[in-house]
Design a protein around this ligand. Sequence first.
Ligand code: PFF
Length: 458
Amino acid sequence: MAINRTSSHGEWSSRTAFILAATGSAVGLGNIWKFPYIAGENGGGAFVIIYILCVLFIGIPIMLSEVYLGKRGRLNPIASINYISEKENRSNKWQIIGFIGILAGILILSYYSVIAGWTMAYGARTAFGVINDIDAAGAALMFTEFISDPERLLAWHTIFSIITIIVVSRGVKSGLESAVTRLMPALLVLLIALVIYSSIEGDFYNGIRFMLYPDFSQITWKTVLVAMGQAFFSLSLGMGALMVYGSYLSEKISIPQTCVIVASLDTLVALLAGLAIFPIVISSGLEMTQGPGLIFQTLTVAFGAMPGGQLFGTLFFILLIFAAWTSSISLIEPMIIWIIEKYNLTRIKAAAIAGGMAWLLGIGTIVSFNLGSEVKFFNMTFFELLDYITSNILLPLGGILISIYVSWLVSKDSINAELQIKSKILKLIWYISARVIAPIAVIFVMLNALGIDINILR
Ligand code: PFF
């Protein structure tokens, strides 16, 4: 295949554009829907600390490696790695990284778009005033009724899928940059307003205590694995999304600073979401361990009670839908570019194929909340299984392979040229993290959590 060195997909207009797009990918349902409920299920404070450590010591070094691959390869994830392997005289087997990523993207998108559908439905309910003055019991009942209706879930999932397909058919750059520039700051402002509300009306002291006070006695390897998986998920790592965005980076831009900014913004949004949600959960008597419905129940109670909640809540859900879109675009994009470059199809066809696959698989997730809720695989519903396989296995696996490949097998000159880490100390820190700390930590956590006793720390 002919290698086009000027990236067939164009370039970002500036470094800021890349930061915005990468943040658009990172900030999404993972921060606002998933982070609070899995932190709630896993005991709060200690989970949050482990999560932050994973972002710092595993997430950021791997993020640098991933963006490097895209910036140097400038093609779809599989072809980028093949190109680099050819230049570096490495085996073409490393292209497996690209395959894992493309697969993970479609698997995640399949349930991501179902949950994004919930967000749309709740936005509509809030707009129509259905949730005004609802109490905690009413919100819980409303959610249970909502997810037990497969047709309704399917309708919203379909709407979200179609919109995603339409948006990506038109090319990623047009639209994405401007949408993210305007909507991300707005989401941040609304989130801060929600935190202020929750500090006044919720049980702020106990909410913060739950989120920040670490009780390490509750922590198991499974918890560490979930925190690590969440770091990969939330930072959009290990599946080629940032590789694709890196491939639109122009030559001159330095990667490390950019990655630290993206990771910080992402973590900030997750922590703010926790600060907004937990105090309300406690004051309204809802359970922390409610699972995927947590924010939908909590937010309905909050928006239902606050002055101007109808307008504010509607705006909030609209912005959350946009955040989900910008993330879903990056979930589907690796597969789309791969189809376009490999099979020479048009972008529209590629988007329809990739989106159609995710849509079809999404039906499995929908059914797992109602008709098929009793069907278990390793004690998990279909949705839980998909989430487990992608967040806790495929993304970390993709991540370590990326880290090992870049830090051990690529020539230092090329890394220096692309990464442009100026300070010698920072360079050393990156090498140690990417070569040793990140891979060992990921393998260690996975082996332990997957039940293999390697007899350390016992
Ligand atoms: N980071 C997104 C979120 O937190 O919602 C989800 C995601 C997007 C995961 C892109 C992985 C990815 F490649």
